[in-house]
Design a protein around this ligand. Structure first.
Ligand SMILES: Cc1cc2nc3c(=O)[nH]c(=O)nc-3n(C[C@H](O)[C@H](O)[C@H](O)COP(=O)(O)OP(=O)(O)OC[C@H]3O[C@@H](n4cnc5c(N)ncnc54)[C@H](O)[C@@H]3O)c2cc1C
Length: 452
Protein backbone atom coordinates (compact mmCIF):
# COMPACT_ATOMS: atom_id res chain seq x y z
CA UNK A 1 0.00 0.00 0.00
CA UNK A 2 1.27 3.48 -0.83
CA UNK A 3 1.41 6.22 1.74
CA UNK A 4 -0.22 8.98 -0.30
CA UNK A 5 -0.28 11.40 2.59
CA UNK A 6 2.78 13.59 2.66
CA UNK A 7 1.72 15.67 5.62
CA UNK A 8 -0.61 15.25 8.54
CA UNK A 9 -1.36 17.09 11.75
CA UNK A 10 -0.88 14.14 14.09
CA UNK A 11 0.81 10.87 13.30
CA UNK A 12 0.19 7.91 15.60
CA UNK A 13 2.78 5.14 15.47
CA UNK A 14 1.35 1.71 16.24
CA UNK A 15 -2.18 0.32 16.00
CA UNK A 16 -2.42 -1.80 19.08
CA UNK A 17 -5.03 -0.91 21.65
CA UNK A 18 -3.15 2.34 22.40
CA UNK A 19 -3.16 3.50 18.76
CA UNK A 20 -6.82 2.60 18.33
CA UNK A 21 -7.82 4.48 21.51
CA UNK A 22 -5.74 7.45 20.42
CA UNK A 23 -7.42 7.52 17.03
CA UNK A 24 -10.88 7.43 18.60
CA UNK A 25 -10.20 10.46 20.79
CA UNK A 26 -8.48 12.42 18.02
CA UNK A 27 -11.42 11.67 15.72
CA UNK A 28 -13.89 12.93 18.32
CA UNK A 29 -11.94 16.18 18.59
CA UNK A 30 -11.66 16.59 14.83
CA UNK A 31 -7.87 16.35 14.79
CA UNK A 32 -6.63 15.25 11.35
CA UNK A 33 -4.48 12.21 12.00
CA UNK A 34 -3.13 9.01 10.60
CA UNK A 35 -2.16 5.78 12.38
CA UNK A 36 0.69 3.78 10.88
CA UNK A 37 1.05 0.13 11.86
CA UNK A 38 3.90 -1.99 10.56
CA UNK A 39 1.92 -5.22 10.72
CA UNK A 40 -1.81 -5.59 11.46
CA UNK A 41 -4.14 -3.96 13.99
CA UNK A 42 -3.41 -5.48 17.43
CA UNK A 43 -0.65 -7.59 15.92
CA UNK A 44 0.97 -8.37 19.25
CA UNK A 45 -2.23 -9.99 20.50
CA UNK A 46 -2.22 -12.25 17.43
CA UNK A 47 1.41 -13.24 16.99
CA UNK A 48 3.28 -11.98 20.04
CA UNK A 49 1.55 -14.28 22.56
CA UNK A 50 1.23 -18.01 23.16
CA UNK A 51 -1.62 -19.97 21.56
CA UNK A 52 -3.75 -20.61 24.63
CA UNK A 53 -3.46 -17.11 26.13
CA UNK A 54 -6.67 -15.53 27.35
CA UNK A 55 -7.06 -12.05 28.84
CA UNK A 56 -6.08 -11.73 32.47
CA UNK A 57 -9.25 -9.85 33.28
CA UNK A 58 -12.89 -10.73 32.53
CA UNK A 59 -14.46 -9.36 29.36
CA UNK A 60 -16.60 -6.85 31.26
CA UNK A 61 -13.37 -5.28 32.52
CA UNK A 62 -10.62 -5.77 29.93
CA UNK A 63 -12.20 -3.64 27.22
CA UNK A 64 -12.77 -0.01 26.20
CA UNK A 65 -15.71 1.77 27.85
CA UNK A 66 -17.71 2.27 24.63
CA UNK A 67 -18.01 -1.28 23.35
CA UNK A 68 -18.58 -4.72 24.84
CA UNK A 69 -17.18 -7.96 23.41
CA UNK A 70 -19.75 -9.28 20.95
CA UNK A 71 -18.86 -12.95 21.38
CA UNK A 72 -17.58 -13.32 24.95
CA UNK A 73 -19.63 -13.62 28.11
CA UNK A 74 -18.86 -10.55 30.28
CA UNK A 75 -17.58 -12.76 33.11
CA UNK A 76 -15.47 -14.97 30.81
CA UNK A 77 -11.91 -14.36 29.65
CA UNK A 78 -11.47 -13.45 25.99
CA UNK A 79 -8.97 -15.48 23.98
CA UNK A 80 -6.10 -13.57 22.41
CA UNK A 81 -7.65 -13.72 18.91
CA UNK A 82 -10.95 -12.44 20.31
CA UNK A 83 -9.08 -9.54 21.91
CA UNK A 84 -7.40 -8.72 18.58
CA UNK A 85 -10.75 -9.03 16.73
CA UNK A 86 -12.29 -6.69 19.29
CA UNK A 87 -9.79 -3.94 18.43
CA UNK A 88 -10.26 -4.47 14.70
CA UNK A 89 -14.04 -4.12 15.16
CA UNK A 90 -13.56 -1.13 17.41
CA UNK A 91 -11.39 0.67 14.84
CA UNK A 92 -13.99 -0.09 12.18
CA UNK A 93 -16.74 1.38 14.36
CA UNK A 94 -15.41 4.91 13.89
CA UNK A 95 -13.56 4.30 10.64
CA UNK A 96 -10.14 4.87 12.16
CA UNK A 97 -7.59 6.16 9.63
CA UNK A 98 -5.18 3.28 10.09
CA UNK A 99 -2.71 2.16 7.45
CA UNK A 100 -1.27 -1.25 8.08
CA UNK A 101 1.95 -2.70 6.71
CA UNK A 102 3.85 0.59 7.04
CA UNK A 103 6.73 0.84 9.47
CA UNK A 104 7.95 4.10 10.93
CA UNK A 105 11.71 3.96 10.65
CA UNK A 106 12.76 7.35 11.97
CA UNK A 107 11.31 10.54 13.43
CA UNK A 108 13.42 13.71 13.43
CA UNK A 109 12.45 17.20 14.63
CA UNK A 110 12.51 19.76 11.83
CA UNK A 111 15.01 22.58 12.15
CA UNK A 112 13.70 26.13 11.90
CA UNK A 113 10.11 25.09 11.24
CA UNK A 114 7.47 23.22 13.20
CA UNK A 115 6.94 19.52 13.23
CA UNK A 116 8.75 16.34 12.45
CA UNK A 117 10.03 14.52 9.41
CA UNK A 118 8.89 10.93 9.60
CA UNK A 119 10.66 8.34 7.52
CA UNK A 120 8.48 5.31 6.85
CA UNK A 121 8.91 2.09 4.90
CA UNK A 122 6.72 3.76 2.30
CA UNK A 123 7.94 7.34 2.05
CA UNK A 124 8.37 10.51 4.04
CA UNK A 125 5.59 12.15 6.02
CA UNK A 126 5.59 15.59 7.63
CA UNK A 127 3.75 15.62 10.96
CA UNK A 128 3.11 18.43 13.42
CA UNK A 129 2.87 15.91 16.22
CA UNK A 130 3.79 12.28 16.77
CA UNK A 131 2.13 9.96 19.27
CA UNK A 132 4.33 6.98 20.10
CA UNK A 133 1.98 4.03 20.69
CA UNK A 134 4.43 1.24 20.00
CA UNK A 135 3.65 -0.71 23.14
CA UNK A 136 4.82 -1.25 26.70
CA UNK A 137 6.41 -4.59 25.84
CA UNK A 138 8.47 -4.25 22.68
CA UNK A 139 11.76 -6.05 23.02
CA UNK A 140 11.91 -9.38 24.88
CA UNK A 141 14.60 -9.31 27.57
CA UNK A 142 16.73 -12.35 28.38
CA UNK A 143 19.18 -11.61 31.21
CA UNK A 144 22.93 -11.86 30.55
CA UNK A 145 23.22 -14.91 32.84
CA UNK A 146 21.64 -17.06 30.08
CA UNK A 147 24.08 -19.91 29.34
CA UNK A 148 25.84 -20.22 26.00
CA UNK A 149 24.91 -23.87 25.71
CA UNK A 150 24.04 -25.07 22.24
CA UNK A 151 22.48 -28.26 23.64
CA UNK A 152 19.76 -26.26 25.36
CA UNK A 153 16.77 -24.75 23.56
CA UNK A 154 16.21 -21.29 24.98
CA UNK A 155 13.29 -19.02 24.09
CA UNK A 156 11.66 -15.95 25.53
CA UNK A 157 8.01 -16.17 26.57
CA UNK A 158 7.25 -13.82 23.64
CA UNK A 159 8.28 -16.68 21.32
CA UNK A 160 6.63 -19.49 23.27
CA UNK A 161 3.54 -20.86 21.51
CA UNK A 162 2.71 -24.31 22.93
CA UNK A 163 4.39 -27.35 24.56
CA UNK A 164 4.88 -29.16 21.23
CA UNK A 165 7.23 -26.40 20.14
CA UNK A 166 9.86 -27.45 22.69
CA UNK A 167 12.06 -30.54 22.31
CA UNK A 168 11.19 -33.52 24.47
CA UNK A 169 12.38 -33.31 28.05
CA UNK A 170 12.14 -31.09 31.09
CA UNK A 171 11.81 -27.32 31.04
CA UNK A 172 13.14 -24.61 33.33
CA UNK A 173 10.77 -21.65 33.30
CA UNK A 174 12.48 -18.53 34.63
CA UNK A 175 10.09 -15.89 35.96
CA UNK A 176 6.78 -16.35 37.74
CA UNK A 177 4.70 -13.39 36.68
CA UNK A 178 1.49 -14.01 34.76
CA UNK A 179 3.38 -15.38 31.73
CA UNK A 180 5.77 -17.67 33.62
CA UNK A 181 3.15 -19.30 35.85
CA UNK A 182 0.75 -19.91 32.98
CA UNK A 183 3.43 -21.36 30.72
CA UNK A 184 4.79 -23.58 33.55
CA UNK A 185 1.26 -24.79 34.30
CA UNK A 186 0.58 -25.57 30.64
CA UNK A 187 3.87 -27.42 30.19
CA UNK A 188 3.33 -29.49 33.33
CA UNK A 189 -0.21 -30.41 32.23
CA UNK A 190 1.25 -31.50 28.89
CA UNK A 191 3.37 -34.02 30.79
CA UNK A 192 6.63 -32.11 31.02
CA UNK A 193 8.91 -32.10 34.03
CA UNK A 194 8.90 -28.41 34.98
CA UNK A 195 11.10 -26.29 37.25
CA UNK A 196 9.68 -22.81 37.93
CA UNK A 197 12.02 -20.10 39.16
CA UNK A 198 9.99 -17.81 41.43
CA UNK A 199 11.05 -14.25 42.24
CA UNK A 200 9.20 -11.43 44.00
CA UNK A 201 5.55 -11.33 42.99
CA UNK A 202 2.07 -10.14 43.86
CA UNK A 203 -0.68 -12.72 43.58
CA UNK A 204 -4.14 -11.29 44.08
CA UNK A 205 -7.01 -13.76 44.48
CA UNK A 206 -8.78 -14.39 41.17
CA UNK A 207 -12.01 -13.56 42.95
CA UNK A 208 -13.04 -12.91 46.53
CA UNK A 209 -16.51 -12.73 48.04
CA UNK A 210 -18.03 -13.07 44.60
CA UNK A 211 -16.08 -10.27 42.90
CA UNK A 212 -13.15 -10.56 40.51
CA UNK A 213 -9.89 -9.01 41.68
CA UNK A 214 -10.15 -6.49 38.81
CA UNK A 215 -13.30 -5.20 40.50
CA UNK A 216 -11.62 -5.05 43.89
CA UNK A 217 -8.56 -3.20 42.54
CA UNK A 218 -10.94 -0.81 40.83
CA UNK A 219 -13.10 0.07 43.83
CA UNK A 220 -10.06 0.21 46.10
CA UNK A 221 -8.46 2.75 43.77
CA UNK A 222 -5.46 0.51 43.07
CA UNK A 223 -5.62 0.79 39.29
CA UNK A 224 -5.49 4.57 39.71
CA UNK A 225 -2.36 4.56 41.90
CA UNK A 226 -0.12 7.18 40.35
CA UNK A 227 3.24 6.00 41.56
CA UNK A 228 4.70 2.60 42.08
CA UNK A 229 5.53 1.94 45.71
CA UNK A 230 9.31 2.30 46.17
CA UNK A 231 11.30 -0.92 45.82
CA UNK A 232 8.58 -2.71 43.82
CA UNK A 233 10.08 -2.17 40.36
CA UNK A 234 10.89 -5.87 40.02
CA UNK A 235 7.72 -7.26 41.55
CA UNK A 236 5.59 -9.03 38.94
CA UNK A 237 1.89 -9.77 39.20
CA UNK A 238 0.85 -13.40 38.89
CA UNK A 239 -2.74 -13.74 37.69
CA UNK A 240 -4.44 -16.07 35.26
CA UNK A 241 -7.67 -16.16 33.32
CA UNK A 242 -6.91 -19.57 31.86
CA UNK A 243 -9.28 -22.48 32.41
CA UNK A 244 -12.05 -20.08 33.40
CA UNK A 245 -9.79 -18.12 35.73
CA UNK A 246 -8.19 -19.22 39.01
CA UNK A 247 -6.02 -17.81 41.77
CA UNK A 248 -2.33 -18.37 41.14
CA UNK A 249 -1.26 -20.59 44.01
CA UNK A 250 2.34 -21.74 43.93
CA UNK A 251 1.71 -24.49 46.47
CA UNK A 252 -0.99 -25.94 44.21
CA UNK A 253 1.41 -25.82 41.29
CA UNK A 254 3.92 -27.73 43.42
CA UNK A 255 1.30 -30.36 44.38
CA UNK A 256 0.49 -30.70 40.71
CA UNK A 257 4.13 -31.61 40.04
CA UNK A 258 5.96 -28.37 39.26
CA UNK A 259 9.23 -28.02 41.18
CA UNK A 260 9.49 -24.48 42.54
CA UNK A 261 12.98 -22.97 42.82
CA UNK A 262 14.30 -19.56 43.91
CA UNK A 263 15.46 -16.73 41.69
CA UNK A 264 17.83 -17.98 39.00
CA UNK A 265 21.33 -16.77 39.93
CA UNK A 266 23.87 -18.18 37.49
CA UNK A 267 24.82 -20.97 35.09
CA UNK A 268 28.15 -22.72 35.15
CA UNK A 269 29.21 -25.93 33.36
CA UNK A 270 25.64 -27.07 32.83
CA UNK A 271 24.63 -26.37 36.43
CA UNK A 272 22.13 -23.67 37.30
CA UNK A 273 22.26 -22.07 40.75
CA UNK A 274 19.27 -20.54 42.52
CA UNK A 275 19.04 -17.87 45.20
CA UNK A 276 18.01 -18.99 48.67
CA UNK A 277 14.87 -16.84 48.52
CA UNK A 278 12.06 -19.18 47.49
CA UNK A 279 10.30 -19.39 50.90
CA UNK A 280 10.62 -15.61 51.34
CA UNK A 281 9.20 -14.90 47.90
CA UNK A 282 6.28 -17.28 48.50
CA UNK A 283 5.60 -15.75 51.93
CA UNK A 284 5.64 -12.21 50.56
CA UNK A 285 3.26 -13.30 47.80
CA UNK A 286 0.95 -14.67 50.53
CA UNK A 287 1.17 -11.36 52.38
CA UNK A 288 0.16 -9.51 49.26
CA UNK A 289 -2.72 -11.95 48.72
CA UNK A 290 -3.96 -11.62 52.31
CA UNK A 291 -3.59 -7.85 52.32
CA UNK A 292 -6.03 -7.63 49.41
CA UNK A 293 -8.51 -9.81 51.31
CA UNK A 294 -8.16 -7.47 54.31
CA UNK A 295 -8.67 -4.36 52.18
CA UNK A 296 -11.67 -5.99 50.48
CA UNK A 297 -13.26 -6.92 53.83
CA UNK A 298 -12.70 -3.42 55.18
CA UNK A 299 -14.24 -1.91 52.04
CA UNK A 300 -17.25 -4.24 52.22
CA UNK A 301 -17.83 -3.41 55.86
CA UNK A 302 -17.38 0.34 55.47
CA UNK A 303 -19.89 0.39 52.63
CA UNK A 304 -22.31 -2.12 54.10
CA UNK A 305 -21.96 -4.45 51.10
CA UNK A 306 -23.89 -7.68 51.39
CA UNK A 307 -21.28 -9.93 49.81
CA UNK A 308 -20.97 -13.63 50.75
CA UNK A 309 -18.34 -14.34 53.40
CA UNK A 310 -15.39 -16.48 52.22
CA UNK A 311 -13.32 -17.47 55.26
CA UNK A 312 -11.79 -20.46 53.42
CA UNK A 313 -9.94 -18.00 51.16
CA UNK A 314 -7.68 -17.29 54.13
CA UNK A 315 -6.49 -20.87 54.54
CA UNK A 316 -2.88 -21.07 53.35
CA UNK A 317 -1.80 -24.72 52.96
CA UNK A 318 1.49 -26.04 54.34
CA UNK A 319 4.61 -25.47 52.30
CA UNK A 320 5.47 -28.29 49.91
CA UNK A 321 8.80 -30.14 50.09
CA UNK A 322 10.33 -28.03 47.30
CA UNK A 323 9.78 -24.92 49.42
CA UNK A 324 10.88 -26.34 52.78
CA UNK A 325 13.94 -28.02 51.23
CA UNK A 326 14.64 -25.94 48.15
CA UNK A 327 17.06 -26.88 45.42
CA UNK A 328 20.13 -24.65 45.43
CA UNK A 329 21.41 -25.91 42.14
CA UNK A 330 20.42 -28.23 39.36
CA UNK A 331 22.57 -30.10 36.83
CA UNK A 332 20.38 -29.55 33.80
CA UNK A 333 21.38 -32.55 31.69
CA UNK A 334 21.16 -34.96 34.65
CA UNK A 335 17.69 -33.61 35.46
CA UNK A 336 16.66 -34.11 31.82
CA UNK A 337 16.10 -30.39 31.25
CA UNK A 338 16.37 -29.65 27.53
CA UNK A 339 14.77 -26.18 27.35
CA UNK A 340 14.62 -22.90 29.15
CA UNK A 341 11.72 -20.49 28.78
CA UNK A 342 12.72 -16.99 29.85
CA UNK A 343 9.57 -15.28 31.13
CA UNK A 344 11.70 -12.34 32.16
CA UNK A 345 9.90 -9.36 30.73
CA UNK A 346 10.41 -6.76 28.06
CA UNK A 347 12.12 -3.47 27.34
CA UNK A 348 11.15 -0.58 25.11
CA UNK A 349 13.07 0.40 22.00
CA UNK A 350 12.98 4.02 20.87
CA UNK A 351 16.12 4.07 18.73
CA UNK A 352 14.07 5.29 15.79
CA UNK A 353 12.88 8.34 17.68
CA UNK A 354 15.56 11.03 17.19
CA UNK A 355 14.06 13.67 19.46
CA UNK A 356 14.84 15.29 22.77
CA UNK A 357 12.28 13.34 24.79
CA UNK A 358 14.52 11.14 26.92
CA UNK A 359 16.57 11.34 30.10
CA UNK A 360 20.23 10.38 30.33
CA UNK A 361 19.26 6.71 30.72
CA UNK A 362 17.15 6.80 27.57
CA UNK A 363 13.86 6.75 29.49
CA UNK A 364 11.04 8.90 28.09
CA UNK A 365 10.61 12.11 30.09
CA UNK A 366 6.94 13.04 30.10
CA UNK A 367 4.00 14.16 32.14
CA UNK A 368 1.00 11.89 31.60
CA UNK A 369 2.42 11.10 28.16
CA UNK A 370 3.14 14.69 27.14
CA UNK A 371 6.88 14.60 26.55
CA UNK A 372 9.42 17.31 27.20
CA UNK A 373 9.91 17.58 23.41
CA UNK A 374 6.87 19.63 22.30
CA UNK A 375 4.82 17.64 19.82
CA UNK A 376 5.99 14.20 20.95
CA UNK A 377 3.62 12.07 23.03
CA UNK A 378 3.97 8.62 24.60
CA UNK A 379 1.02 6.33 25.17
CA UNK A 380 0.62 2.85 26.63
CA UNK A 381 3.76 2.79 28.75
CA UNK A 382 3.58 1.16 32.20
CA UNK A 383 2.70 3.76 34.83
CA UNK A 384 2.32 6.48 32.17
CA UNK A 385 -0.19 8.18 34.45
CA UNK A 386 -1.26 5.36 36.74
CA UNK A 387 -1.05 1.64 37.37
CA UNK A 388 -3.68 0.87 34.74
CA UNK A 389 -1.87 2.78 31.96
CA UNK A 390 -0.43 -0.20 30.06
CA UNK A 391 -3.67 -2.16 30.23
CA UNK A 392 -6.69 -2.10 27.95
CA UNK A 393 -8.99 -0.17 30.28
CA UNK A 394 -6.27 2.30 31.34
CA UNK A 395 -4.79 3.29 28.00
CA UNK A 396 -8.12 4.61 26.75
CA UNK A 397 -8.20 7.27 29.50
CA UNK A 398 -4.58 8.27 28.92
CA UNK A 399 -5.33 8.60 25.19
CA UNK A 400 -8.17 11.00 26.02
CA UNK A 401 -5.84 13.20 28.04
CA UNK A 402 -3.27 13.30 25.22
CA UNK A 403 -5.95 14.06 22.61
CA UNK A 404 -7.21 16.92 24.76
CA UNK A 405 -3.68 18.26 25.03
CA UNK A 406 -3.22 18.08 21.26
CA UNK A 407 -6.53 19.84 20.64
CA UNK A 408 -5.58 22.59 23.07
CA UNK A 409 -2.19 23.06 21.40
CA UNK A 410 -3.94 23.31 18.04
CA UNK A 411 -6.08 26.11 19.43
CA UNK A 412 -2.98 28.03 20.52
CA UNK A 413 -1.50 27.63 17.07
CA UNK A 414 -4.75 28.72 15.42
CA UNK A 415 -4.57 32.06 17.21
CA UNK A 416 -4.03 34.99 14.84
CA UNK A 417 -2.05 38.07 15.75
CA UNK A 418 -4.76 39.97 13.96
CA UNK A 419 -7.94 41.82 14.81
CA UNK A 420 -9.70 38.78 16.18
CA UNK A 421 -8.75 35.25 17.16
CA UNK A 422 -9.29 32.56 14.54
CA UNK A 423 -12.14 30.19 15.31
CA UNK A 424 -10.99 26.96 16.86
CA UNK A 425 -10.16 24.08 14.59
CA UNK A 426 -12.48 21.12 14.15
CA UNK A 427 -14.15 20.15 17.39
CA UNK A 428 -11.26 21.28 19.50
CA UNK A 429 -13.77 23.28 21.56
CA UNK A 430 -14.73 20.01 23.21
CA UNK A 431 -11.32 19.87 24.78
CA UNK A 432 -10.48 21.22 28.19
CA UNK A 433 -10.85 24.95 27.68
CA UNK A 434 -8.93 25.96 30.77
CA UNK A 435 -5.78 26.20 28.65
CA UNK A 436 -7.41 28.23 25.92
CA UNK A 437 -5.18 30.37 23.75
CA UNK A 438 -4.61 33.71 25.39
CA UNK A 439 -2.91 36.93 24.39
CA UNK A 440 0.11 35.67 26.26
CA UNK A 441 0.78 33.24 23.45
CA UNK A 442 0.87 35.13 20.19
CA UNK A 443 2.06 32.73 17.62
CA UNK A 444 1.13 32.69 13.99
CA UNK A 445 -1.03 29.93 12.73
CA UNK A 446 0.91 27.12 11.18
CA UNK A 447 -0.53 26.01 7.88
CA UNK A 448 -3.26 23.46 8.28
CA UNK A 449 -2.18 20.03 7.26
CA UNK A 450 -4.70 17.40 6.36
CA UNK A 451 -4.85 13.86 5.14
CA UNK A 452 -4.60 13.87 1.37
C1 LIG B 1 1.56 -11.94 27.72
C2 LIG B 1 0.80 -10.67 27.92
C3 LIG B 1 -0.52 -10.72 28.31
C4 LIG B 1 -1.25 -9.54 28.53
N1 LIG B 1 -2.54 -9.64 28.93
C5 LIG B 1 -3.24 -8.52 29.17
C6 LIG B 1 -4.60 -8.60 29.59
O1 LIG B 1 -5.15 -9.66 29.73
N2 LIG B 1 -5.27 -7.44 29.80
C7 LIG B 1 -4.69 -6.22 29.63
O2 LIG B 1 -5.34 -5.20 29.82
N3 LIG B 1 -3.41 -6.13 29.24
C8 LIG B 1 -2.67 -7.24 29.01
N4 LIG B 1 -1.36 -7.14 28.61
C9 LIG B 1 -0.75 -5.80 28.56
C10 LIG B 1 -1.13 -4.96 27.33
O3 LIG B 1 -2.52 -4.89 27.24
C11 LIG B 1 -0.58 -5.53 26.03
O4 LIG B 1 0.82 -5.55 26.13
C12 LIG B 1 -0.98 -4.72 24.79
O5 LIG B 1 -0.53 -5.41 23.66
C13 LIG B 1 -0.42 -3.30 24.79
O6 LIG B 1 -1.04 -2.57 23.76
P1 LIG B 1 -0.32 -1.34 23.04
O7 LIG B 1 -1.21 -0.87 21.96
O8 LIG B 1 0.13 -0.36 24.04
O9 LIG B 1 0.99 -2.00 22.43
P2 LIG B 1 1.11 -3.19 21.35
O10 LIG B 1 -0.01 -4.14 21.43
O11 LIG B 1 2.49 -3.72 21.54
O12 LIG B 1 0.98 -2.42 19.96
C14 LIG B 1 2.00 -1.63 19.45
C15 LIG B 1 1.90 -1.74 17.95
O13 LIG B 1 2.89 -0.88 17.38
C16 LIG B 1 3.42 -1.48 16.22
N5 LIG B 1 4.72 -0.87 15.99
C17 LIG B 1 5.81 -0.93 16.80
N6 LIG B 1 6.81 -0.22 16.26
C18 LIG B 1 6.35 0.31 15.11
C19 LIG B 1 6.91 1.16 14.13
N7 LIG B 1 8.16 1.61 14.25
N8 LIG B 1 6.15 1.50 13.06
C20 LIG B 1 4.87 1.08 12.95
N9 LIG B 1 4.29 0.27 13.85
C21 LIG B 1 5.01 -0.09 14.94
C22 LIG B 1 3.47 -2.96 16.56
O14 LIG B 1 3.45 -3.75 15.40
C23 LIG B 1 2.21 -3.14 17.40
O15 LIG B 1 1.11 -3.57 16.65
C24 LIG B 1 -0.62 -8.29 28.36
C25 LIG B 1 0.72 -8.24 27.95
C26 LIG B 1 1.42 -9.42 27.74
C27 LIG B 1 2.88 -9.35 27.32
Amino acid sequence: MTVETTSIDTLVVGAGQAGVAMSEHLSKLGVPHLVLERARIAERWRTGRWDSLVANGPAWHDRFPNMEFADVDPDAFAGKEQVADYFVAYAKKFDAPIRTGVEVKQVVRNAGRPGFTVETSDGIIQANRVVVATGPFQRPVIPPIAPQDAALTQIHSADYRNPAQLPEGGVLVVGAGSSGVQIADELQRAGRRVYLSVGAHDRPPRAYRGRDFCWWLGVLGEWDAEVMKPGREHVTIAVSGSRGGHTVDFRRLARQGVTLVGLTKSFHDGVVTFEDDLATNIRRGDENYLSLLDAADAYAERNGLDLPQEPEARIIPADPECVTHPLHDLALAEAGVTSIVWATGYAVDFNWLKVNAFDEKGKPTHQRGVSKEPGIYFLGLPWLSRRGSAFIWGVWHDAKHIADHIATQRKYLAYYDGPQPQASIGNADDADSSNDASAASRVHKVSEIGVS
